[in-house]
Design a protein around this ligand. Structure first.
Ligand SMILES: [Zn+2]
Length: 225
């Protein structure tokens, strides 16, 4: 018995040790022994006068003996025998398949787009410079002198550069936002429906094949397609 024990009920209270006490039933003679396993906060047995007496070592007990482990948790010995262990709960996780697939397909699309951003920057820079230069070619020579034309060309190139850089930047920000959204969606939804444990990068089919929650404290079994 204890936090790590195999008793039929959970013992989670902080004053209970991992290996707190042990119980042995001799099936032939029906003799029952309770032993304190050098627990930190003690094993107690309820005496006839209603007070709890600390147990050192071991003692014979009966079905109606009341035991206290640590500060609070009390139970009758018969609860150790009569309470069947809770059956593991089975949870259908089928809907997590689409969560996993949507997340990964979004991730792939967004990553492909991100790798295009650098290309887009270079392309938009060269393109805007070229466009401005071509446009100034169409300004008739007699309308303005060479100096004005060069000045317009320079200003136009800078403006076009700033504009194209800004446009790519907007696109990039939108990508970052969508990536972030996708990650949040995944963290929130790719979880055990019972305990909320996030499955991380585990592949859906592997989780399904294992058939149980990867969180060791969660005893639920998984089923699904
Ligand atoms: Zn779980």
């Amino acid at each position: 018995m204890g936090k790590n024990g195999n008793q039929p009920f959970p013992l989670t209270e902080s004053s209970i040790s991992r290996h707190h006490a042990s119980f042995h039933l001799d099936e032939k003679s029906g003799k029952m022994i309770l032993r304190d396993e050098k627990s930190t906060n003690g094993t107690y047995i309820k005496a006839k006068d209603g007070t709890f007496k600390r147990l050192y070592g071991e003692t014979a007990v009966s079905l109606n003996t009341i035991v206290r482990l640590g500060a609070k948790h009390t139970f009758a010995i018969k609860e150790l025998i009569n309470t069947p262990p809770p059956p593991p709960e089975t949870v259908d996780i089928s809907k997590l398949r689409s969560v996993y697939e949507i997340y990964n397909s979004n991730k792939m699309t967004l990553e492909a787009k991100t790798s295009n951003i650098m290309m887009l920057r270079i392309a938009s820079m060269s393109l805007s410079a070229i466009v401005v230069n071509i446009l100034t070619l169409f300004i008739p020579q007699d309308v303005m002198d060479q100096t004005t034309k060069v000045a317009i060309q320079a200003i136009g190139t800078v403006l076009a550069l700033v504009l194209s850089w800004w446009l790519v930047d907007m696109k990039n920000k939108d990508l970052i936002r969508r990536k972030d959204q996708n990650e949040r969606y995944f963290r929130k939804n790719y979880c055990c429906p019972k305990c909320g444990f996030h499955f991380g990068t585990r592949i859906y089919d592997n989780i399904l094949a294992e058939g149980r929650c990867p969180n060791n404290n969660c005893k639920c079994k998984f089923t699904g397609k």
